[in-house]
Design a binder for this molecule. Structure first.
Ligand SMILES: [Fe+2]
Length: 242
């Protein structure tokens, strides 16, 4: 079976549609969403509807949490807060209901899925460096933990000896004697310098995890954001993936 894990769509419908088309090309059997359906982008309602249609497992992201009014936006930067105010005003009632059912964590076999960090999923910590990685390995028992949230993909494995090693490859075979913390990247607002959407494929037969990058029409997303008066900084960053 082939699993797809995707995250951080951020109301970018063009990116989401391109990635869903790619799921078909890749003949994905099961699809898992790791949070942040909304925030930043121009199509929150359409994205919630599509995500709900394609994936059975749906996790809550910090922007989804904020959009539901479960937390305030004082920790958001000015652009995120501005777009969140617009998102809250734009959400349809039935989409709010769908999003209310998003979960904080999920288990798929020996994989733990969480938007931000296994340490405290509802505190929305960022895993930014190797210290954060090493700390977070203490907070899950599963073989593999998948996260999103920073919009920057990485694969770190922990050897039997306990060393944490970062992989610079775009695919890795999950080894029997190692554990893994993997950031699956972002569909709707990549920040690793590559503007293409990013998601992760896991093949249950070969035990290989593989990043997939998908080009999409970001001009269209930018055009819609401009028309809605969303912040210029959020519009510009889509073209550069930063
Ligand atoms: Fe996000």
């Amino acid at each position: 079976m082939k699993y797809a894990f995707f995250s951080d769509v951020h109301a970018n419908l063009e990116a989401l549609k391109a990635v869903i088309l790619d799921f078909r090309t890749e003949k994905i059997d099961r699809i898992f969403f790791l949070g942040d359906a909304v925030g930043y982008g121009p199509n929150p309602n359409e994205c919630i509807e599509l995500i709900d249609k394609v994936s059975k497992v749906k996790l809550m992201g910090n922007h989804d949490y904020a959009a539901l009014g479960l937390m305030e936006t004082e920790y958001f930067n000015q652009y995120a807060a501005e777009s969140m105010a617009w998102t809250r005003d734009s959400l349809e009632r039935n989409k709010i209901e769908i999003m209310s059912d998003f979960e904080l964590t999920a288990k798929v076999g020996d994989f733990l899925l969480v938007h931000s960090s296994p340490k405290e999923p509802q505190m929305w910590h960022y895993i930014l460096d190797m210290n954060d990685v090493e700390d977070n390995f203490k907070y899950f028992k599963e073989k593999v933990c998948l996260v999103g949230h920073t919009h920057r993909p990485f694969i770190v494995f922990k050897s039997e000896k306990g060393d944490c090693v970062i992989s610079h490859k775009t695919e890795e075979k999950i080894q029997k004697n190692q554990r893994y913390l993997i950031n699956i990247g972002s569909v709707g607002q990549p920040r690793d310098g590559d503007p293409r959407s990013c998601y992760l494929i896991y093949d249950t037969k070969s035990h290989i995890v593989r990043y997939k990058r998908v080009s999409y029409n970001f001009d269209e997303t930018q055009r819609r954001m401009s028309a809605l008066g969303l912040p210029g900084y959020l519009i510009e960053r889509l073209a550069v993936g930063r």
